[in-house]
Design a protein around this ligand. Structure first.
Ligand SMILES: [Zn+2]
Length: 270
């Protein structure tokens, strides 16, 4: 974290407008404003990222986003560690903080109805290319679809959503239970964990900030994701079907999602 290196860097980034704060309603707040110490999101960016996807090159603006309450606690402990010269503990400290990302494609100033994907992190699918789920192809296809869209849009990558919110360790356990015959939701329940504990409120605040009160299109097959965002007052959402990466290895997983309420037709999964 930048604040671990040198707290003066923070002030420099703030003065450049590259570190800023938004509140839960997606409104920008001044750093010295009292609200800047309350609940909300600290945002770092834009940071240019040249992407290479399937042989196709394009540029996105990356924003790193973290809850202020989490960042605040981490910074307090970091200050203590710094005083005690506990440098080696910084990595452990930062690893517990969920830093979400916005990947911005195109010019938000020109958006009328941008295309948005709110993507839950999946190490095995997104990074390793696992076909037990279809997360990897969904992420890559979303970036391509947004890049090819007239208006562009953004991907919001939710880093704390591994295993629909149960974390990577528990997700690994659910894979073993699934190998014993349970489906993806039953396996969560067998561990005493909810079917889906993902919190989309940070995504809602970020959409509010970047899209403001314009309508937008959301790439998802999950009506619950739309409902969660609508419950935050984002009521101009058009759902856009996002089926990709169906293979023999994940057909059973997709059928469970379909039974759970995802809008997938038999042809989608065939
Ligand atoms: Zn996945």
């Amino acid at each position: 974290m930048f604040t671990y290196i040198d707290p003066t860097v923070r002030e420099r980034l703030e003065s450049q407008g590259k570190l800023f704060q938004i509140d839960r309603d997606g409104a920008r707040v001044a750093p010295d404003h009292a609200a800047a110490r309350g609940p909300g999101i600290a945002v770092l960016g834009p940071i240019g990222l040249p992407l290479l996807l399937c042989g196709h090159e394009f540029e996105v603006d990356w924003y790193a986003c973290v809850r202020r309450t989490e960042l605040g606690k981490i910074e307090e402990i970091a200050d203590e560690l710094r005083a005690q010269h506990g440098q080696a503990s910084f990595a452990t400290l930062a690893s517990s903080m969920a830093v979400n990302s916005v990947l911005m494609i195109g010019d938000p100033g020109k958006w009328q109805n941008p295309l948005i994907r709110v993507h839950s992190s999946c190490l095995t699918g997104d990074v390793f290319g696992s076909q037990r789920c279809e997360c990897g192809p969904q992420l890559q296809t979303a970036l391509r679809r947004i890049q090819e869209d007239d208006q562009g849009g953004m991907v919001i990558y939710m880093s704390g959503h591994e295993g629909r919110g149960i974390g990577l360790w528990a997700k690994a356990a659910t894979y073993l239970l699934q190998d014993g015959g349970e489906d993806t939701y039953q396996a969560n329940r067998s561990l005493g964990l909810p079917d889906d504990s993902r919190d989309f409120s940070d995504a809602g605040s970020l959409i509010r900030f970047f899209v403001e009160d314009r309508p937008f299109r959301l790439l998802t097959n999950n009506p619950k994701k739309v409902e969660d965002l609508e419950a935050m007052g984002l009521d101009q959402i058009t759902r856009v079907k996002h089926v990709t990466g169906v293979t023999d290895s994940n057909r059973r997983y997709l059928t469970a999602k379909q039974d759970w309420g995802h809008e997938l037709s038999p042809e989608d999964i065939a």
